[in-house]
Write a protein that binds this ligand. Sequence first.
Ligand code: SF4
Length: 231
Amino acid sequence: MSKTQRILMEMYDAMRSHFGPRKWWPSSQPRSTPAGKLEICIGSILTQNTNWGNVEKALANLQAAGLMSIPQLCAKRSDSLGKIIRPAGYYNVKAKRLKNFVRFVCDEFDGDIAAFLNRPIEPLRRDLLSINGVGPETADSIILYAAGKPTFVVDAYTKRIFTRHGLMDESADYESLRRFCQTHLPKSTKLWNDYHAQLVAVSKDFCKPTPRCDHCPLAGSNKKCPSHNAH
Ligand code: SF4
């Protein structure tokens, strides 16, 4: 095991001991079903630039309007869809992004979300990134959580924690951060799924713009952290 892998796994163990398994991504339907997979895809698009509570309200509205299906979403006008997903914020933009996504699945896979997702990662990721409004983080969330395939989801939280722990450079872009995680962590959908969710939890509770290292589960693994010597 390389030194970096050991550090990353120690960080994971510390986070998991503190938070327990995160069981991410939340879905009202079993994740193995087409309905559960579609719900995760929709949530991945709606969660851009907002918090999960707002996404849950938008998902509940879609459910109540009978729109949690590819054909229904395809048939819905973008402006009407925007009103329904309003709680998620940027609702007109997100309605268009959602329409772009479902239209792609309709046109290329006859509306079959399972067939769309059940493919090797590379073509799936390429297709997702070709859809207007689907960036790398959204694409990787869909691949990891909806398709259940190993790709590492990184975000601003990941970068902040790894930078503060001296593992990454400030200038690292999305792809180099993702490559770093995928190179140094054992390839496992289950591990990568929970690792990302643990980093999000640390960021929300401790690693804020002003870090609260004192009670953070990762304080012991951060040599730069003032509380390091106490661990
Ligand atoms: S709050 Fe401090 S110890 Fe916790 S992850 Fe951020 S820098 Fe590390």
